[in-house]
Design a protein around this ligand. Structure first.
Ligand SMILES: [Zn+2]
Length: 94
């Protein structure tokens, strides 16, 4: 009874992600520190970034040299584009 697994997440990949997490690296995209206490889906939380997208470089998908730490909000593999409203831009007129 294996249940259904999400095909893209393998045990090896999880291991690599855990290794990255323990290194407490800064974000490879913006260079800022990552708060490793934050959890998904917080945009400031840790996620694994594929330096070369695995969709075009499947052979590098689990290559440690192609993986780095990034903020969830900075990870280029999450959606495509910004367009997210940023918090803090409230224009109050009270
Ligand atoms: Zn970042």
């Amino acid at each position: 009874m294996a249940g259904h697994t999400i095909g893209r997440t393998t045990r090896r990949f999880k291991r690599l992600a855990a290794d990255l997490r323990t290194q407490r690296r800064p974000c490879c995209r913006c260079g800022q520190k990552i708060d490793y206490e934050l959890r998904h889906p917080d945009p400031g939380s840790f996620t694994v970034e594929h330096i070369k997208p695995w969709s075009t470089h499947p052979e590098l998908r689990e290559d440690p040299s192609n993986l780095d730490a990034a903020h969830l909000g900075c990870n280029s593999s999450k959606g495509n584009g910004d367009g997210k409203p940023t918090l803090g831009s409230t224009s109050r007129r009270w």
